[in-house]
Structure formats: C-alpha cells, structure tokens
Design a protein around this ligand. Sequence first.
Ligand code: HEM
Length: 155
Amino acid sequence: MGKRLHLAAALLATVIVTVFCAATLTVELLGTRPQIALVKQLIVFPGLAILIPALVVTGLSGNRLARGHRHPLVGRKMTRMRLIAGNGILILVPCALYLSHLASANRFDARFATIQGLEICAGITNIVLMALNIRDGLRIRRGPQGDVADDRGAR
Ligand code: HEM
C-alpha cells in the first residue's frame, strides 16, 4: 500500500508540473492574452490545490519507505526532495500567484516576462529532479541484484 501510494503520488506530481510547464509555453507562444490569463489562473486553482498535496504525500510516503532501506540512493532522493520542496515553496508558488495576478490585470510587461522566465527555469529544474527520483526509485525497487545486472549490461 505504501509503495503504491508513493508511486501514484510521485507520478501525479511529476505529470502535473510537466503539464504546467508545457501549457505555459504553448499558450504563451501560440495563445491570446485572455488564454494566457486563463492558463495562469488554472495553474493556481485547481492546479496548485492538486499539486501541493500530491508532493506532500510523495515526501511523506517516501520517508516512510526509506525507513526500511539502507540503499545509498535513498539519501540522494531525500536531498533532491528537499530541493524540489524549497524550489516549489520559494520560487514556483510565489511566481504562479504573481503571474496569475499580473495576467488577470492584463499586465504583460517586462516584469511578467522576467518572472515567467524564472518560473520556467525553476519548473524545468523540478521536472529533472523528479525524473531522477523516479529513476532512483525504480533502481531501489530492483535492489542490489538489479544493480549488478546493470553493471554487466554496461560492460
Ligand atoms: C518527487 C519526489 C519523488 C519521486 C518522483 C519518486 C518516485 C519514485 C518511484 C517512481 C518509485 C518506484 C516505486 C515502485 O515502482 O513501486 C519510488 C520508490 C521509492 N522511493 Fe521515491 N520518489 C520521490 C521521493 C522520495 C523520497 C523523498 C524518498 C525518501 C527518501 C523516497 C524513497 C523511495 C524508496 C525507498 C523507494 C523504493 C521502494 C521499494 O521498492 O522498496 N522517494 N520513488
């Protein structure tokens, strides 16, 4: 149950961040201003209302799974999770709120562009960190034998 919950929450969170980034880039390259404002608003709600609990469940269930493990990759996953959370709380959530506010006021100025650039960079960073955590989660699941098999395959 713990593993399934971790898997489901982790994949949901990763998909949501990827969809946020893809929707933002698509609408800003191809969409109208009202469409951009709509996407920015949907990212705040219901987007963040789904993403934040999914990340909390991922972290909590991951920590619980980590208790039974001595695998060296567990520590790396935990460090990445801290970076993901810090990035989210300090950069992504404030950017999402501010961009939605600016877009709803039709203020597509230099400030909007700068904050949008920052949000995209932080978002892509989190997607990469989450992808690395998926890779290491699958490696941990395979166990030490999986690692040996990998080494043989690489030779
Ligand atoms: C966004 C962050 C994370 C993502 C995307 C993620 C993703 C995954 C995935 C896809 C698996 C494989 C599950 C399966 O196939 O059943 C996994 C397993 C695992 N994860 Fe995470 N994880 C994250 C955070 C964490 C954290 C913070 C920890 C705590 C250190 C953690 C510890 C583990 C452990 C120990 C397993 C192996 C479970 C087992 O097979 O015994 N994960 N993770």
